[in-house]
Design a protein around this ligand. Structure first.
Ligand code: ZN
Length: 231
């Protein structure tokens, strides 16, 4: 189990190293994310204006219909008073139509402006995208050795795990998950403390440990491993 812990700790170290972004890449990435955000913001703005324009255009076509109706009524007026009233309606509706047309045109202009910005962004972005891809590839290439090492360590860990009894394996995994990926703690040669939490190992527990029994640290509950002199 100590060996498994050693291998897994080495593996975790590699994985941590692989996750660290080099500054060269992080810089391009920030720029890239910023550009994407700006494009998304413009797109959203454009959709808002388009929605508004659809509403205005709908109202415009209603008002144009109304105007036609009033103009038709104008033909049927019977006296001066009705004529004046119909003209008043027509005049007001024309004004409204004009306002709606102006609003629709203004929206169209705004949409064109945003489209131009989006287009310019896309042109600049193709260069940025190329730089982003290159920086990402360079970073990933630099990880080649680490990847190989991590892969070898993963295989080794699986091999060791296969030799453990199911009970030991589940015990190891439980503590590994609960205790920041350290399931086994070493007690150094001639020492009497848990090297992870510095808790002192009682003589009775030390005796059990020497006999090769599975014992847990009374401080951090990790499985204890007694280091033996090498010679
Ligand atoms: Zn401990």
């Amino acid at each position: 189990m100590w060996e498994l812990q050693t291998v897994l700790s080495a593996l975790n170290e590699r994985e941590k190293q692989m996750a660290v972004k080099p500054e060269a890449f992080a810089e391009v990435e920030r720029e890239w994310l910023g550009a994407n955000e700006e494009a998304a913001r413009l797109q959203q703005q454009k959709e808002g204006i388009e929605k508004d324009k659809r509403r205005v255009d709908g109202e415009l076509s209603d008002q144009q219909e109304l105007l036609k109706k009033y103009q038709g009524q104008l033909m049927q007026v019977k006296n001066q008073q009705q004529y004046a009233a119909a003209w008043k309606e027509i005049d007001a509706t024309r004004k409204h139509v004009k306002e709606l047309e102006d609003s629709s045109l203004k929206s169209m202009g705004e949409i064109e402006e945003i489209d131009a910005k989006l287009e310019a962004g896309r042109a600049a972005n193709s260069d940025l995208q190329a730089r982003y891809d290159a920086a990402h590839a360079e970073w990933q290439n630099s990880l080649g050795d680490l990847r190989k090492e991590a892969e070898a360590l993963r295989k080794k860990a699986a091999g060791i795990e296969a030799t453990l009894s199911p009970r030991m394996r589940s015990e190891f995994q439980k503590i590994y998950k609960q205790r920041q990926q350290i399931a086994v703690s070493r007690v150094g040669v001639g020492g009497d403390t848990c090297t992870v939490c510095r808790n002192r190992v009682r003589p009775q527990v030390a005796q059990q440990l020497k006999r090769g029994e599975l014992v847990h640290c009374e401080g951090c509950h990790r499985i204890l491993y007694l280091e033996r002199p090498t010679s």
